[in-house]
Design a protein. Structure first.
Length: 225
């Protein structure tokens, strides 16, 4: 794990670039982590000790440029710093290494299986998740856990993450009207948690069933205030 010399005069987040000016080259690199963030925001709505960054710069070494994963989850940090939110994630300010980092592989690989993996290992990121939608013969989802300084592939789909009481996995579903394989969070029994869209639909269906029951009893639900 990287360590910082506190005697050094380290730059603040406000003094660092908040982007590497490199756009994502695949829409999935935005949508997939965005969906994970939306789901966990519902699951942990009452918690303020976590942060999920999407396409945000992580400054891990004052002598190195930032690394920008497609998504990352940190636990044990302030969810909101102030009304201007985070410009970037600076390790020597946050003092918490991301718990999980996600990379979504596009047609042009960007070191997800090599250089980035090495950096996340040196940072001490516990779980490194790679999702490669282009794979056909190998598993598209890989979850690597840091064990004694080495990333070990964790089998299964979904993969249970006991440290946060959540699982992460891939399955086919619909998000923003797009039917394909997405990444989701799961409970310990392997049941996936609903997306915000699915929760809204579930509430609508529940309300419709209640209205139908009232009508069967001769009560007009629209007359109830």
């Amino acid at each position: 794990m990287l360590k910082y010399n506190l005697l050094n005069c380290l730059p603040l987040a406000e003094e660092l670039p908040d982007s590497d000016d490199t756009p994502v080259d695949n829409e999935l690199q935005d949508l997939i982590p965005g969906l994970l963030k939306a789901i966990v925001a519902l699951l942990w709505a009452e918690r303020w000790d976590w942060y999920f960054g999407v396409d945000m710069a992580i400054y891990y070494d004052p002598d190195q440029p930032a690394i920008v994963p497609d998504g990352f989850l940190s636990v044990g940090v302030e969810r909101v710093i102030d009304e201007d939110l985070r410009l970037s994630y600076v390790l020597w300010e946050e003092k918490v290494v991301p718990f999980l980092v996600l990379e979504v592989v596009s047609h042009k690989q960007r070191g997800e299986y090599s250089s980035k993996k090495k950096i996340y290992r040196e940072m001490g990121v516990l779980y490194y998740v790679i999702y490669n939608p282009l794979r056909r013969r190998k598993a598209r989802l890989e979850v690597h856990k840091l064990v004694d300084g080495i990333y070990e592939l964790v089998p299964g789909n979904p993969v249970w993450l006991p440290e946060i009481n959540l699982g992460i996995g891939a399955e086919r579903g619909t998000y923003q009207g797009i039917n394909r394989e997405w990444l989701y969070w799961y409970d310990q029994q392997g049941k996936r948690y609903l997306t915000p869209e699915e929760r809204i639909q579930e509430e609508r269906q529940r309300a419709q069933r209640l209205a139908d029951q009232l009508r069967a009893l001769g009560v007009d639900p629209d007359s109830i205030s």
